[in-house]
Design a protein around this ligand. Structure first.
Ligand code: SAH
Ligand code: SF4
Ligand code: F3S
Length: 482
């Protein structure tokens, strides 16, 4: 079926991206195809993809790789060797964007050396109006810009960029349909990302994601299960179910379904390990806690971003829960799953955050003693409500608060790790340790990175490791006979 794309915008518009239409999202199982003239276009040619940002982008890059390899391109890690360069970008914070702009600058000389080189920018930055205008104006060596909603159009867009010799910009400001038959080349052989939904409807006031990823769209249970079963047959040991807010899975169906239901179905496939991320505290149901507790193959690790420990700041952030209700949920999880590891995200220096409000975040952290936390200094994002708020806190003060918080994060992380010393735990072996050729590394059920002495033949398997030492971020150990 030929689709009419004229309803979409060629260039992004944040205003359009904010709208949440009522029209149904179609789920298409046979919509993706590669134009016949593109099937062999990449023979003896290389592609290079650089991925920034979150797991959603990691997964998208696997799909970009899949499409490029179907067009006969081969992957390379050496950017200078590539005939097609794609930068899959992230817009979450200013420094994420600065890194990308630096990289675009680096590519300029390559284009001079090889005028046939195709340079493409995609991902979340491509959904931003201002950014695209700036890219078009300042970086004439970019050939192709496309966004997060029309990833599957890469073969067509590449064709246009190659044969028209003109710059191609196609960014849809509103989400398209869910395309189910996209190829992909997965980054790992034993653990895999599985999208269960796209987009986000939460509109936290500081966050750009609902604009760059569109409205929430859940994949069908059958499609998710089919993907998991296929992975299992190929020998995959672990899947991570992905969504900006997995707890809200299925709420967008005509007959709503719950994430607890999906999680249970995935657990029942019998795959060794099931993980999921991210969980917004707001939609976290008792049923979910119950499912995690009941299934041994659902890993006892939850990423539960709190963002702030102060109620006024939480309200301004539009997080829709209070310090008290968060703590109630936190304790409920720990009561039902006592050994459950919990991590979090925290933003310091939200506009006008007072010292006292920041102290509330520290005191909440002291109570929760998280296994790990990802901490950020707030940066305004164009088009979001928080970007319009007046802010009297200096950057120096924000940095000071970040350091203070990070000291606490490190202390608690070490403490959480020490709990495992002397225990024998299960580890999925990833490979040789980065810092020591003699050691293996892998992740425990609680998502701890374990470096250990073990048998190299066991790479890709789940082994038992006795923990001998706790460090701030990692644990050391020795493999024991199963
Ligand atoms: N969907 C996830 C978060 C995705 S973004 C969730 O709701 O938990 C990852 C993290 O980036 C957020 O949790 C938040 O802590 C941080 N973040 C988002 N926007 C930010 C901004 N404008 N400035 C600083 N940090 C931000
Ligand atoms: Fe951003 Fe909030 Fe959606 Fe997470 S839930 S992606 S922080 S808007
Ligand atoms: Fe970044 Fe987009 Fe993910 S903004 S964090 S890559 S959804």
């Amino acid at each position: 079926m030929k689709k009419d794309y004229s309803q979409y915008f060629k260039k992004p518009s944040l205003q359009e991206a904010q709208k949440r239409g009522k029209e149904d999202i179609q789920i298409l199982h046979d919509a993706f195809h590669i134009p016949s003239e593109m099937i062999h276009i990449g023979q003896h040619k290389f592609y290079y993809i650089r991925t920034y940002g979150c797991q959603a982008n990691e997964r998208d890059s696997e799909i970009l790789s899949g499409m490029l390899e179907m067009m006969s391109y081969e992957a390379t890690d050496v950017m200078e060797q590539a005939d097609v360069i794609l930068l899959n970008t992230c817009a979450i914070r200013e420094n994420a964007e600065m890194k990308v702009l630096g990289k675009i600058g680096d590519i300029k000389h390559l284009k001079r050396q090889n005028p046939d080189l195709i340079v493409g920018v995609c991902g979340c930055m491509a959904q931003e109006e201002e950014v695209v205008s700036r890219l078009l104006e300042k970086y004439p060596h970019i050939d192709l810009i496309f966004g997060t909603h029309n990833l599957h159009r890469l073969p067509e867009l590449l064709k246009e960029a190659m044969f028209s010799k003109e710059r191609v910009v196609e960014v849809w400001s509103k989400e398209g349909d869910i395309i189910e038959n996209l190829p992909s080349v997965r980054a790992h052989g034993t653990k895999a990302w599985v999208n269960i939904m796209y987009g986000c409807d939460k509109f936290c006031t500081y966050c750009i994601v609902p604009y760059t990823r569109g409205k929430q769209r859940s994949r069908l249970v059958e499609d998710v299960l089919e993907e998991v079963r296929e992975l299992q047959e190929k020998g995959y040991k672990e899947v991570t179910l992905l969504g900006q807010n997995v707890n809200a899975y299925g709420k967008d169906f005509e007959t709503p379904l719950s994430f607890a239901y999906l999680l249970e179905q995935v657990a029942k496939t019998g795959i060794d390990r099931v993980r999921f991320t991210t969980s917004h505290p707001w939609d976290f149901s008792e049923d979910m806690i119950d499912t995690i507790a009941r299934y041994d193959n659902v890993m006892p690790y939850i990423h539960l971003p709190v963002q702030s420990g102060n109620n006024d700041i939480l309200k301004l952030m539009g997080r829709k829960y209070s310090r008290e209700s968060y703590l109630e949920l936190f304790h409920k999880i720990k009561e039902r799953i006592p050994h459950c590891a919990i991590s979090t995200d925290i933003i310091v220096g939200f506009p006008n955050e007072t010292k006292q409000q920041f102290e509330d975040t520290l005191s909440l952290y002291d109570i929760c003693e998280y296994d790990i936390a990802y901490t950020f200094i707030y940066t305004p994002r164009d088009g979001t409500p928080a970007a319009k708020m007046e802010d009297n806190i200096s950057l120096e003060e924000k940095q000071r608060r970040l350091y203070q918080l990070n000291d606490l994060v490190n202390e608690k992380s070490k403490k959480a790790n020490e709990h495992f010393v002397g225990q024998t735990i299960k580890v999925l072996v990833d490979g040789i340790s980065k810092n020591d050729d003699e050691m293996l590394c892998g992740y425990s059920e609680h998502n701890k990175l374990i470096n250990f002495k073990g048998n190299k033949d066991h790479i890709g398997q789940i082994v038992r490791v006795k923990i001998t030492q706790a460090k701030t971020w990692t644990l050391d150990g020795e493999e024991v006979e199963s």
